[in-house]
Design a protein around this ligand. Structure first.
Ligand code: AMP
Length: 384
């Protein structure tokens, strides 16, 4: 386990001020918040700090104002929304409240430049730093990295929960470990694939990216999405997987169609039978059976990316079936399942299993960088 401290390690903080880095970069349509997940997920840390009698000053970014003060990106509108969601008054930039929301960190040029002088100014506003923003911990910014060097620093409950789930999945997993990787292209997932083949026992490939691997094995994938300039790279990944004792599992059949539109006429074909004018848009039932057999024999599942073009039926079938299968084994306590990154959260929501995996990470880029085996500066700073 890394040596970061958690809220359990806090000294007496009654009357002290905690600088809390949260991720309140919430989606909005104008000024209404359209998804409260990020706000709700910080509540346990807020409650824990309040219970200990601390005053809380919250740092968060919002959008991309690029180091300029821009009223369109002010966090002021969030204070009443937070007050309601957290059941406690949250004041905006006002010294006299117990919970104070500070203005958008990215109004300062020094934030993204990881400027120590800016970090010190923020650190001077409090006594202790708590980082609960795993989703921005892949960024070395003043509010995630430099500030941790200025104050005693602790991981918040959400950060701790996320790190514990990720460690269970890849650092100290119960084996066999199976990674399921789908999505559109391999070009955006090279680091991830190269890291996973060193860590997992099975690597199941689906989605558009599997087409490139199938083509690299000499099959004709017709009009499917395929990165022809990546065929050698795909072969290298397969060779390296072999050397590392990682079994790569490719589709053996596809659902193909001439058009990518709702309820387009589709066919189930073997990988050697893809007609020239058809696209592989999902993996087929034989492949699903093989994948389910491997899941059944696994103890840990790590999942990123849909198995097909899941936004349009019927090409969402494999993603839904496999997600339900993973959720079922998770509910029975037979496997640990961790999913996240890119479109994976919406794919799991579409499959109706959002709350049924051991951990569904909403961290996006940070989750992917962790899958790539990279050190996350915001996490490393808590351990130093
Ligand atoms: P990513 O963000 O790389 O995880 O990719 C997700 C996207 O991949 C989704 O928009 C899917 O529609 C798309 N996708 C998955 N499978 C296929 C496929 N077989 N052909 C084309 N697009 C696909």
């Amino acid at each position: 386990m890394p040596a970061y401290k958690t809220l359990q390690d806090l000294p007496d903080i009654n009357g002290k001020t905690v600088i809390l880095r949260a991720d309140l970069n919430v989606p909005t349509d104008g000024k209404e918040v359209t998804d409260m997940t990020r706000i709700d997920r910080v509540k346990p840390t807020i409650d824990a700090l309040l219970e200990k009698g601390a005053k809380i000053k919250i740092l968060s970014h919002f959008g991309r104002p690029k180091g300029q003060v821009n009223p369109d990106y002010s966090l002021e509108f969030l204070a009443p929304i937070l007050s309601k969601a957290w059941d406690h008054d949250v004041a905006f930039d006002d010294e006299n409240a117990q919970i104070i929301l500070l203005e958008n960190t990215r109004f300062h040029e020094g934030e993204e430049a990881n400027d120590m002088a800016l970090a010190k100014r923020w650190a001077d506003l409090g006594d202790i730093y708590v980082n609960d923003a795993f989703s921005v911990s892949h960024r070395a910014h003043a509010s995630t990295e430099s500030i941790a060097k200025c104050l005693p620093s602790y991981a918040g409950l959400l950060m701790e929960q996320e790190l514990t789930a990720l460690e269970k999945a890849l650092t100290t997993p119960e084996r066999p470990v199976t990674a399921i990787v789908g999505g559109a292209k391999i070009s955006t997932k090279l680091d991830l694939l190269n890291n996973l083949i060193k860590k997992v026992d099975h690597l199941i490939l689906g989605g558009g990216m599997a087409n490139t691997f199938v083509a690299a094995k000499g099959y004709d994938v017709g009009a499917s999405l395929c990165e022809n300039d990546m065929l050698d790279t795909a072969r290298d990944i397969m060779d390296n997987a072999d050397k590392n004792g990682c079994l790569i599992v490719l589709p053996t059949d596809f659902i193909v169609a001439k058009e990518f539109k709702a309820h387009a006429q589709s066919l189930n074909v073997l990988i050697e039978e893809v007609p020239a004018d058809y696209m592989a848009l999902d993996v087929g039932p034989k492949t699903i059976m093989r994948i389910e057999d491997i899941i059944q024999k696994s103890k840990t599942i790590v999942w990123n990316g849909p198995m097909g073009a899941f936004e349009i039926a019927p090409f969402d079938n494999a993603t839904i079936e496999i997600a339900e299968y993973v959720a079922n084994f998770t509910r029975l306590g037979d496997i640990v399942s961790v999913a996240g990154g890119g479109d994976t959260v919406s794919a799991m929501a579409h499959a109706g299993v959002k709350d049924d995996l051991s951990y569904l990470s909403s961290a996006g880029g940070a989750f992917l960088e962790w899958l790539e085996g990279k050190t996350l500066p915001g996490v490393a700073a808590l351990s130093s």
